[in-house]
Design a protein around this ligand. Structure first.
Ligand SMILES: [Zn+2]
Length: 314
């Protein structure tokens, strides 16, 4: 992570946002969004998902988007991959970071990616092995995702010890970092603080740990704050809170990037992001939507009188 920022805001809208709405953004529209947001100072963007195109037509152009996005100076380009095949395609396209999907909840993993958790761990091992085979310099970062870490729509409560066990298993198989996700919007701030405290006790402070929250029940930013309090320094978010929750029709999606950046900057934590430029990116993105709702409050109210962001915009 760059020394100039305190918290890395990882925009996931072009993946998590777009995959759950009706509008299919043309490749050029995705790239306009990505370029504009990178210019606003967002350091890392998840630009696509290497799933089968017939399952997610919105993501069918992910390889093309990655190939163009990696040309943007300084931007870390990440992509989601469900399996070895997806990882091979993402590495071939030049992605800097792969987010490998796995649920802590056995039932959710089976229904989401039709595998047992053990099978997912084995697939993860193969992905790391493949990366080692093709890259002597091991530059592609492989992130182990722990979906449903705070609860599951099928089995309800997910024990913290299960999250710790899966985290250790991912690290043992070569994960460079971990991403802990409240995939279905069940988490509360106390739970978030406790889980990350326990995670840092379990895996130590040297492994980068990211957090992914949905605002399904209005606790998204409170959960992000709790994660930061526990020491998390990488947060996923989505411009305009685009997208929804497949398990809760009508609910809002990921936490809103511009609201998150405002919160962090107001608390004195540098994100490297220019809020005015970010709002322009939001408008650009909204111009391509066909009736899908967006979320957020900062764009309506603007900064409070006397607001001084932690990031000095040149
Ligand atoms: Zn998500």
């Amino acid at each position: 992570m760059s020394d100039d920022i305190d918290v890395l805001v990882h925009e996931v809208g072009p993946r998590d946002g777009l995959q759950s709405i009706e509008t299919i953004f043309p490749t050029q529209a995705k790239l306009e969004w990505i370029r504009s947001q990178a210019a606003a100072g967002i350091p890392q963007i998840q630009v696509g998902s290497f799933v089968r195109p017939d399952l997610l037509p919105q993501m069918a152009d992910s390889a093309d988007v990655v190939k163009e996005a990696v040309k943007i100076p300084g931007l870390i380009v990440s992509a989601l991959v469900p399996n070895l095949k997806g990882a091979q395609n993402a590495i071939a396209a030049g992605a800097h970071q792969l987010g490998v999907v796995m649920s802590v909840s056995e039932a959710h993993n089976k229904s989401n990616i039709t595998r047992s958790v053990e099978e997912s761990l084995e697939e993860f091992r193969k992905i790391v092995e493949y990366r080692i085979d093709v890259e002597s310099d091991r530059t592609t970062v492989i992130s182990g995702g722990l979906a449903t870490s705070f609860g599951c729509t099928i089995s309800g409560l997910v024990p913290v010890r299960d999250v710790m066990k899966r985290a250790e298993q991912l690290l043992a198989r070569g994960a460079d970092r971990l991403s802990v996700a409240d995939t279905v919007g069940f988490a509360n701030p106390r739970q978030v603080k406790d889980l990350f405290d326990e995670l840092f006790r379990t895996v130590g402070d040297n492994i980068p740990v990211g957090a992914h929250f949905h605002d399904t029940r209005g606790l998204g930013l409170a959960n992000a704050f709790a994660a930061v309090e526990a020491g998390v320094r990488e947060l996923d978010s989505c411009l305009g809170g685009l997208g929804g929750c497949p398990y809760a029709p009508g609910a809002s999606g990921n936490i809103v990037t511009e609201d998150l950046v405002f919160m962090l900057e107001a608390m004195g934590m540098k994100t490297g992001v220019d809020l005015d430029a970010l709002l322009q990116t939001r408008e650009l993105m909204e111009g391509y939507l066909k009736g899908e709702p967006t979320q957020g409050t900062f764009h309506k109210a603007g900064p409070p009188l006397g607001f001084v962001p932690a990031t000095i915009v040149a």
